[in-house]
Design a binder for this molecule. Structure first.
Ligand code: GCO
Ligand code: MG
Length: 402
């Protein structure tokens, strides 16, 4: 019987910080899992290195479900981003190994293709509306059929989602940067610029918008109602979702579709949102919600309630994550859309292979497993570089949700 011989926790910063788990079997097969938790990377690295790796050595790598249950139930302390990211890394690495042993890409092990291409959305942004409109034109020229639009709010210093240079990277400073927030200013500005986007570009593409947990339920209800004429594909994270019940209020007021899930980690975190049909898209990611095994469980539950997938896919999830997500996306019946941001060239020096982008869509790798190779020599050039996400303060100085 093949056993797990080695599990290495690899930390590098090719363009941004990534934590990667590489499992090697006694037959010399390797599998990769992404363990990156932006701004809290070393917590997961330690969880894996100090508490999970010793449990993996000698185990049968083919027992993916059993290993998942062993780590989840056996850990006693359940859920949470650190635990679920660590379990995800093990799970994804074991699916990678299973694919390589079978000589098949992972999606073949998940039931095969339901579609050929995975529709993605890209991130258009600008410090002001004019810059945003130019950016949308650029994304359309690049073939995107779905585009997320974000811009700075007049009078507020620093805004979520606005790119500086070619790559969007919010975790940019060695201590958290402070940004300012005013719900009043946002609400009197955002619906208007989304209308301007439709006036300029029409309705022949999907338009998305991320509120990034900034509103209360009644404010989100008002926003959703106001932008109905803009026909958003979704409004994302209108309000923090720890309180799942609060979405009922938003739902009672608006038909604007809702997407939630990028900071949630388990099926229990989205159970009510899904079973009460309080959202339209679930955005839990393969690497923050327990890996392929657990994300599939979430998406299967979602399918029963006509909730579709919209997996989180910023550059703070590595190409290993994107490959795993794409393998799920091509196979599931209730795929909605996949978030996609192009990686920095340094990232692709270290993580080679994975899905390819063409005409607004991702095409899954046909290599056995996940098709991503981690180049240690290249990674050695990019040591860990501690960085924090920003925090937001209201105009009276108190802390708001970022
Ligand atoms: C998104 C997200 C990201 C997060 C980032 C935090 O919709 O892609 O909101 O941009 O802010 O992943 O690390
Ligand atoms: Mg988001």
């Amino acid at each position: 019987m093949s056993t797990i011989e080695k599990a290495e926790v690899l930390v590098s910063s090719p363009g941004r910080n990534y934590v990667t788990l590489r499992i090697t079997t006694s037959d010399g097969v390797t599998g990769l899992g992404d363990a990156t938790l932006n701004g809290r990377e070393l917590a997961v690295a330690s969880y894996l290195r100090d508490h999970v790796v010793p449990l993996l050595i000698g185990r049968d790598p083919s027992r993916i479900e059993d290993t998942w249950q062993y780590l989840y139930r056996g850990g006693y302390w359940r859920r949470g981003p650190v635990t679920m990211t660590a379990i995800a890394a093990v799970d994804v690495a074991l699916w990678d190994i299973k694919g390589k042993v079978a000589g098949l890409p992972v999606y073949q092990l998940l039931g095969g293709r339901s579609r050929d291409a995975v529709m993605v959305y890209g991130h258009a942004s600008g410090v002001d509306v004019e810059e945003l409109l130019n950016d949308i034109a650029r994304f359309q020229d690049a073939g995107y059929q779905a585009i997320r639009a974000q811009t700075g709010v007049p009078g507020l210093a620093g805004s979520y989602g606005v790119r500086k240079g070619s790559v969007y990277e919010p975790a940019a400073t060695s201590l958290p940067a402070e940004q300012s927030w005013s719900t009043e200013r946002y609400l009197s500005f955002a619906p208007d610029y989304l209308r301007q986007v439709r006036e300029r570009f029409g309705f022949n593409f999907h338009l998305l918008h991320d509120i990034h947990h900034r509103l209360t339920p009644i404010e989100a209800a008002r926003f959703g109602k106001e932008v109905e004429e803009v026909r958003l594909f979704w409004m994302e994270d209108p309000t923090p979702a720890e309180n799942q019940e609060s979405f009922r209020l938003i739902r009672q007021h608006t038909t604007t579709p809702i997407a939630v899930g990028e900071v949630l980690n388990s099926i229990w975190d989205v159970q009510q949102l899904i079973t009460e049909q309080l959202i339209d898209y679930v955005r839990t990611s393969v690497s923050h919600s327990g890996g392929i095994t657990h994300l599939r469980r979430i998406l299967d539950l979602a399918a029963l309630y006509q909730v579709r997938s919209g997996s989180h896919g910023p550059t703070d999830l590595s190409p290993v994550s994107l490959s795993a997500a794409t393998n799920i996306d091509v196979s599931i019946p209730n795929f909605g859309i996949q978030e996609y941001m192009a990686f920095a060239p340094e990232t692709l020096n270290v993580f080679q292979g994975g899905p390819t982008f063409r005409d607004g869509a991702l095409y899954v790798s046909e290599e056995p497993g996940l098709g991503v190779f981690y180049d240690d020599r290249a990674a050695a050039r990019y040591p860990y570089d501690p960085k924090y996400l920003p925090v937001a303060r209201r105009l009276d100085g108190s802390v708001h949700d970022w």
